[in-house]
Design a protein around this ligand. Sequence first.
Ligand code: PMP
Length: 422
Amino acid sequence: ATARLVEKRLATLGPTTMLFYRQPLEIVRGEGVWLFDSQGRRYLDAYNNVQVLGHCHPAVVEAVSRQLGQLNIHTRYLDDAIHHYAEQLLASLPVADGRLVLTCTGSEANDLALRLARQWTGRQGVIVSAAAYHGNTERVTEVSPSSYKTGQPPPWVETISLEPLNDPHTDARQWLQQETQRALCALARRGYDCAALLIDSIFSSDGIYADPPGFLQPAVELVRAAGGVLIADEVQPGFGRTGEALWGFVRHDLQPEIVTFGKPMGNGFPVAGLVAQQPMLARLAQQQGYFNTFGGSSAAIAAAQAVWDTLEKEQLQRNAARTGAYFKQQLQQRQQRWPVISQVRGSGLFIGVDLSRADTQTEPDPQLTGRLINALREQGVLIGAAGRHGATLKIRPPLCFNQQHADLFLSHFDTVMSELLA
Ligand code: PMP
């Protein structure tokens, strides 16, 4: 049956619609941290950063269903629900005189953020991390080096590398400061001033770099001194995932001019957007305006509000901090048993585990990572990879993931590692 579905898929869907796993899964149902396939087998979802509350959380399902049955329109009519949501979101953010704009995807939010930053500063250059992913519109693809299969970034983009942070002797603040200085000079040499530093503060696709807290500060100061602004892409670190705070950039004590949101915002219902300083948005309104048909629809707001309330009610940020600390420590302990685990990094329920070749113990091992991911799938655990070499396990479960789930993950991990390294 799987082979028939794969064949049909190839005949109907574009080849950009990629599948996970050598043995692809047909998932038919989700509940909490669990996904169920068409055979009734269950899988522990340690991959997902969309269903932040857990799959099919009843609070979101009920809120969206109720709203869809009553009314679902765009933002051109008055609706106090959107104000209520915006007030809470804005109060949680340190953006001076901030206002909310809603979109459907993180890509649209980042695209708009770039447009705002460039219009506001009158500059064009953008600095991003070396393996960043910020989305898929044409402009945003250009600031997403992890999507370049061929070619180079356009001349207005310069990247900063985080890989040296794998070496525990590297001073992260100093490294990033030097890299940013170099990036600013490289842009200037090509005739571009810097409009923005665009960063996902947990660096998901670079390989998950969280420590030490505050290491981004000098880089941001340099960019500001050069006339640019900070765009914090919270699509991955936002909504409590990193445990310590609701927003990832808080860990670095930053005050962005623009913050973008996506994935977890609606627990699977398409809601995304940005908060930017009012004068920036006023200029956009004067020059072009902005409208997004589905962004901020009544149902989207119902979903977003339910996510917001449930995060608070179920204390999920606190759980991310507590369970994440336990999980990370357990994984770090395994480094002694399996020296191929060269580093364990992360914050809250976003953990990266670097796997290296057994002979050198420093060279990234994407083959082992791939085999481990496929073997874990056989054990009923779903997980992905990140990092420039695809050799960092990316552990990013729903925030209702608890210690028992972590223990279950670890017991399967131990089994699979013993088999693979035997
Ligand atoms: N920013 C980051 C950090 C992301 O990880 C993603 C999606 N993986 C996006 C932006 C784009 O979001 P979307 O797929 O909703 O357009």
